[in-house]
Design a protein around this ligand. Structure first.
Ligand code: ADP
Ligand code: MG
Ligand code: ZN
Length: 488
């Protein structure tokens, strides 16, 4: 049995911080970047006697996630205590959902290595509270910040059915995109808003599974997910091919060295001693409430791409690019509705606008330029009224106005003010052509003696004299006429 015949089997557990105003069981603000330990109270610090109260907003956002992925929201679910001792958890236990989760089933559409959509089924989606954060400083002391304690998390658990590290990363990318579409989580992995644990084992060619799986904890970027799983897959393949057993273990990934190491083995695994949370009643989801909070869910990227393709007939590739973020898809559709040529508008949005604006990264969100302005600008390029370079200048001008809070002028006005309109008046261009010919008698003589390659030199001179505004076709025609005339 060679290692390459051994397929990985991967299942993911993804923790997403829900963007609620307050924490999941208390009134503390759910906000990032506050001074350490400034957003805490007896409940989230787990002081004796403090009682948790479930935040309806957290249930609402989790329910939206479940329904958007096509899962079932349980009418009745329950919270449990997961007991473990660690300094980031002052209570000594985490409130989570165990055997009665809020959501079961559903699936996530993701893009496979060939660029096609595939589905990965979900096992469950449950609610839980986040723990605090340990800060290890240079003096080898560790400090703890409890602000994150009690932040609401949705844990999304996939079935073990992903067959490559790339597919695993793609699923996480899709989940992140979907959560952003739904406005339930910004998905900033650097800030820890989205975190992933990956479980992996090996399937032999006869279909049987290796005895044990390992779990790589806390993968905080797409690159980390891919690299860590690649490493671990190779290690397990090696062992299984040699007839050895993979030991069940929890692993960590060291971003800097790219190595995967053992955090603890099965013997060291904690016994969480789950038991029902006595301070929180059974969670009963009202049918009417569920219908109200999930009736207006947006289409997720795969369906949004299909809709865009159907409505505007643009290339699949452009649909993919323009549907990466919901705000971008909304904007792009409004531009394409107004532009004369949808595909030209799509090209311009993906190649020019997206090179300047990182939509969805908070910089310009929404863009601040009315969509019809972009549509008019694209129309002007398509109609040859302004060159591509000129249009980029117009865009830069509009962006700078929008970024500095000035009023954004229409592209027509910017084209006028910056004198960017293409010169297509024969009379006006002829004057330029003549000036150029007079200024270069030697080149003219050489050209007329047969050095045809000099033609582009003259075109360049006309372009330089008009700062790129000369209509190229007309310039070529006029130059040809004048240069090929008999010497007077
Ligand atoms: P636990 O309760 O120990 O966390 P679960 O059955 O809930 O175990 O599974 C947790 C995660 O492990 C899920 O993402 C699931 O897809 C994954 N998983 C389960 N079995 C395997 C396996 N044989 N190989 C890889 N991943 C697996
Ligand atoms: Mg687990
Ligand atoms: Zn609190």
């Amino acid at each position: 049995m060679s290692a390459s015949e051994l397929q990985p089997v991967i299942g993911l557990e993804i923790h997403a911080q829900l963007a609620t105003e307050s924490k999941i069981f208390c009134g503390c603000a759910n906000s990032y970047g506050q001074p350490p330990n400034s957003v805490t109270c007896p409940v989230c610090l787990g002081l004796p006697g403090a009682l948790p109260v479930l935040n309806e907003a957290a249930v609402r956002l989790a329910a939206q996630v479940i329904v958007a992925f096509g899962g079932m929201v349980a009418e009745r679910s329950a919270f449990a205590r997961k007991n473990y001792f660690y300094p980031d958890l002052p209570k000594g236990y985490q409130i989570t959902q165990y055997d009665r989760p809020l959501g079961t089933g559903g699936e996530v559409a993701y893009v496979d290595e060939d660029g096609d959509w595939r589905c990965c089924r979900l096992q469950r989606v449950h609610l839980e509270e986040d723990a605090g954060k340990l800060l290890h400083d240079a003096t080898h002391k560790t400090k703890v910040d409890y602000n994150r304690c009690g932040a609401p998390l949705a844990e999304i658990v996939t079935e073990p059915e992903l067959a490559s590290p790339q597919a695993a990363a793609s699923v996480v990318r899709s989940i992140r995109q979907a959560l952003r579409y739904l406005d339930v989580c910004e998905g900033d992995m650097e800030k820890g808003q989205l975190r992933c644990d990956a479980n992996i084992s090996i399937r032999r060619p006869d279909g049987t599974l290796s005895a044990n799986r390992t779990e790589v904890k806390n993968l905080n970027s797409f690159k980390a997910i891919e690299r860590a799983l690649q490493r671990e897959m190779e290690r397990q393949r090696g062992l299984v091919a040699a007839g050895e057993t993979v030991e069940q273990a929890t692993l960590y990934y060291d971003e800097r060295s790219g190595e995967v190491g053992t955090m603890r083995t099965k013997e060291q695994a904690p016994d969480y001693r789950y038991f029902p949370e006595p301070d929180i009643p059974e969670l009963v989801v009202d049918e009417r409430w569920l219908w109200e909070v999930t009736q207006d869910l947006p289409l997720l990227p795969r369906d949004r791409e299909r809709q865009m393709s159907r409505l505007f007939g643009i290339r699949d590739y452009d649909c993919r690019v323009l549907c990466a973020e919901r705000v971008l898809a909304n904007y792009a559709e409004r531009v394409m509705e107004r532009a004369r040529d949808s595909q030209a508008a799509a090209n311009w949005l993906s190649n020019v606008l997206l090179a300047e604006v990182e939509i969805g990264r908070g910089e310009l969100d929404p863009i601040g330029i009315p969509p019809d302005y972009i549509a008019h600008l694209v129309d002007a390029v398509t109609a040859g009224e302004v060159s591509n370079a000129g249009a980029r200048q117009v865009l830069a001008e509009m962006l700078s106005a929008s970024r500095s809070g000035r009023r954004v002028e229409s592209p027509e006005r910017v084209i006028d003010r910056l004198r960017l309109a293409v010169i297509d008046s024969e009379e006006e261009l002829l004057r330029v052509v003549e000036t150029v010919i007079e200024a270069h008698p030697e080149q003219v003589a050489l050209y007329r003696r047969g050095k045809a390659a000099l033609f582009t030199f003259f075109v360049g001179q006309v372009m330089a004299a008009t700062k790129g505004r000369a209509d190229v076709q007309l310039t070529r025609r006029l130059l040809e006429q004048r240069l090929n005339e008999e010497e007077k």
